[in-house]
Design a protein around this ligand. Structure first.
Ligand SMILES: Cc1ncc(COP(=O)(O)O)c(C=O)c1O
Length: 400
């Protein structure tokens, strides 16, 4: 290990709260699909900062937008109008569904805002509702409300009591979802592909049941597109694969190519539920973040990246399936677009990720027994094939 890496590692060990299981590498430069570490070694990045750098590292359009904006104006607060915020809101609404946007700084914060909006809507109707129905396995964030919405009991356990009112139904049971939603339900919140629980697609039947149950009871349908949003699944937003339109959609990760930004879009009929004083954010919707997001979203659309993600992802899924056919350790490959996971028979995803790292390819151990691929949407077919070959070689090496 080089001197610079050793210094970073020792500073982290001494001064940083140890909340992450870090891999033994520190990156200092990036371009497109490539990252370089402290020793100058090059890596193929098939993780893109957990689905964030959709345009690859340091995309010129984003760099130009950020640098130009940083030189003009960085912060004034939401006490005043913010031009890139207004323009970004129009771009997002025109490409999703008629409504309005609120801007935040992280996925959890966008989800918090969406939950507050649902409560306020029912409060204004004269019948406050406290219940929120979510799916088992879901991940919606780590703040107290979003942790309560997260359907992974082990993550909630040490922080109890979590917020009351959150109910979780099985991932693949439209009937249970329909039964759980009643006149006390403020909202149903779901991802369309559960990212953090291992890339688990939610069936069309469950999504349709959620829409029907919300229409029947007046609950709001909140779709969390923090991970699936912005082209990753083959459409700009994953809900566009279904004949279902959300009442609220939350976004973060990919929308500003790495500059911390999040948003929720609320359908016009619910948009008056929050009024001045109900919700806010000092940094949310700032000049830098919104300029970066405008450049990112526009480039994703102009370059046809959602379609590209759909085509390349389909190819990669098939290829990984055929390449791993004879590998006993591999149980299956699943996902949609450039959001894929290789399911393993044993808890060795950490070893697999380390093995790939040693061979210059970044993949992610999303669960102990699954390896996730979230490549940037600008990736080339040849790079995916090369990365897949490295992953399969490593998995073969771990096969007993
Ligand atoms: C679906 C989903 N929702 C919410 C979040 C939380 O986002 P953040 O880490 O930006 O708070 C994540 C993060 O992985 C996510 O995948």
């Amino acid at each position: 290990m080089d001197e610079r890496y050793r210094l970073i590692e020792s500073l982290d060990a001494e001064y940083v709260l140890q909340t992450f299981n870090r891999l033994p590498v520190a990156f200092v430069r990036g371009e497109g699909t490539c990252l370089w570490d402290t020793a100058g070694r090059e890596y193929l990045d098939l993780v893109s900062g957990l689905g964030v750098t959709v345009l690859g590292h340091c995309h010129p359009a984003v760099t130009e937008a950020v640098c130009g904006q940083a030189a003009r104006l960085v912060h004034t607060t939401n006490l005043y109008y913010v031009e890139p915020q207004a323009r970004l809101a129009r771009l997002l609404v025109k490409n999703s569904f008629p409504g309005r946007c609120f801007f935040a700084n992280s996925g959890a914060e966008a989800n918090e805002g969406a939950l507050k909006l649902a409560r306020k809507y029912h409060y204004l109707k004269g019948r406050p509702r406290g219940k929120v129905v979510c799916l088992e396995g879901a991940f919606h964030g780590r703040t107290l409300a979003t942790l309560s919405a997260t359907g992974q009991p082990a993550k909630r356990e040490p922080f109890k009591p979590v917020m009351p009112g959150f109910e979780h139904v099985p991932l693949e049971d439209p009937g249970a979802l329909r039964d759980a939603v009643d006149d006390e339900t403020a909202a149903v919140m779901l991802e369309l592909i559960q990212g953090e629980s291992g890339v688990r697609p939610v069936s069309a039947e469950v999504v349709e049941a959620a829409r029907e149950a919300c229409d029947r009871t007046g609950a709001l349908l909140i779709i969390d597109e923090v991970q699936t949003g912005l082209g990753r699944t083959g459409k700009l937003f994953a809900f566009q694969h279904y004949g279902v339109i959300p009442d609220v959609m939350t976004l973060a990760k990919g929308i500003a190519n790495g500059v911390p930004t999040a948003a929720f879009i609320v359908a016009t009929q619910y948009a008056d539920a929050l009024s001045p004083g109900d919700h806010g954010s000092t940094f949310g919707g700032g000049f830098l973040a919104c300029s970066a997001a405008l450049a990112t979203v526009q480039t994703v659309i102009d370059d046809g990246l959602p379609e590209k993600a759909g085509t390349l992802g389909g190819m990669l899924l098939e290829r990984l399936r055929s390449m791993t056919e004879g590998v006993g350790l591999v149980k299956g490959v699943r996902g949609r677009g450039l959001m894929l996971a290789v399911q393993l028979e044993r808890d060795v995803s950490w070893q697999a990720v380390k093995g790939c790292l040693e061979r210059g390819v970044l993949v992610n151990n999303v669960t102990p027994d699954a390896v996730r691929l979230l490549p940037p949407l600008i990736v080339e077919e040849e790079e995916l094939v090369r990365g897949a070959q490295v992953l399969v070689d490593v998995l073969e090496g771990l096969d007993e």
